[in-house]
Design a protein around this ligand. Structure first.
Ligand SMILES: [Mg+2]
Length: 380
């Protein structure tokens, strides 16, 4: 199999309603989609979501990196018959993780190309990604996420979650004022639903301590990224002063980050996101490390990801037996239109079946890609 051409789509798919957290308010998906095509006409698709405050990648820089650095490594390369056990190692050699400095890691860019390559290799061999990541369960249970908003809308969101039967809820919080919202959500959902919080780096050590003390009584499963990305010792100090477990998100982008956090006993959980972590291989590698270090894992997502990252997330989530929480597959709950023929969203209570079709298990609609592409770059 030989890759002969590629196309990079910079999307702008509007959201049905805007989504807010402390670092960003977003009203459209700005994913980058990479399509690669073999000499015999088989295509594979990948997606990355560059975020300057997560990996340091801007969208324009990511497109340039994919075009100039990553695609030249795979276009023209001959791939023999795929060996599922070998595929991650082979791809890692060809697409190493690179960083320009401490704050820029080309992980979203790498993710888009890695997913496209794995999808294409699997399709060419008539295999599902299940052959590489064998599912440990037949269904995946997703959490609902409630964004930062005014009191009436937070309460309404909590009521919708209750009606839909979600057992796991994540709430975005942005300051001490949100204690009242946490109380309302717990009241609406009752005692049996798991509630966790995500601060997206909204606090400093003092306000974090004060906030955590104030919400302790609401049975909070954990709080994600209370402090900005920084020294692991700051998170470790906060962890030792609070009964609420801590989860790293923006603080854990690379395997080196994971090791430093573990060495410092800084957190109880890692939030792994496929785009943030640089693709399937790196996500599984950090999950394996977390397990060995006694750190729990959540599979998270980027706001506005399309069916491609949703499908990749479904495969990882069904493969990783010990995931504590799963987020993603929000698709047309957020997007005006998604890019797959198949409906990728979960059903009642957030439950969705595993995907079994060739490659990622979805069929990308190229007419929808063309409709929402702000720009398209052909590479061959
Ligand atoms: Mg987060």
């Amino acid at each position: 199999m030989k890759i002969s051409s590629a196309c990079i789509y910079a999307l702008n798919i509007p959201f049905i309603e805007s989504f807010r957290h402390s670092l960003s308010a977003r009203n459209h998906s700005d994913s980058i989609i990479v399509k690669i095509t073999t000499k015999s006409g088989i295509s594979g698709f990948g997606e990355g979501v560059p975020r300057p405050y997560v990996t340091g990648e801007t969208r324009d820089a990511s497109i340039a990196h994919i075009r100039n650095e990553l695609l030249p490594r795979i276009i023209g390369t001959e791939w023999d018959a795929i060996t599922p056990k070998q595929v991650f190692a082979d791809i890692s050699n060809i697409l190493p993780c690179t960083a320009s400095d401490k704050t820029v890691v080309w992980n979203a860019s790498r993710c888009a190309v890695e997913l496209a390559l794995i999808d294409c290799l699997c399709r060419s061999a008539g295999l599902s990604i299940n052959e590489i990541l064998p599912p440990a369960s037949q269904t995946v249970t997703y959490s609902a996420v409630i964004g930062t908003d005014n009191t009436a809308r937070v309460e309404k969101s909590a009521q919708r979650c209750r009606t839909a039967g979600f057992k796991y809820i994540k709430m975005k919080v942005s300051g001490v004022k949100d204690v009242e919202h946490v109380a309302i959500v717990r009241d609406v959902l009752g005692p049996s639903v798991s509630i966790r919080l995500d601060a997206n780096a909204a606090f400093n050590p003092d306000t974090a301590r004060q906030f955590l003390k104030s919400v302790e009584k609401y049975d909070i499963a954990c709080i994600e990224q209370p402090l900005p990305r920084g020294a692991p010792a700051e998170l470790a100090a906060l962890r030792s002063s609070s009964s609420i477990p801590l989860m790293a998100d923006e603080s854990v982008v690379t395997i080196q980050d994971a090791r430093e956090l573990a060495e410092n006993n800084a957190v109880d959980y890692f939030n792994l996101r496929i785009s943030k972590c640089g693709g399937l291989h790196n996500t599984v590698a950090i999950a394996d490390f977390a397990r060995s270090a006694g750190i729990g894992i959540q599979l998270g997502c980027q706001v506005g990801e399309t069916a491609i990252l949703s499908a990749a997330g479904r495969h990882i989530a069904s493969y990783l037996l010990d995931l504590r929480f799963v987020e993603g597959s929000y698709s047309t709950y957020l997007l005006a239109e998604d890019i797959s023929e198949e409906d990728i969203v979960f059903g009642p209570a957030g439950i969705a079946p595993i995907l079994a079709g060739a490659g990622l298990g979805i069929t990308v609609r190229e007419d929808v890609l063309a409709k929402y592409a702000e720009n398209t770059t052909l590479v061959n």
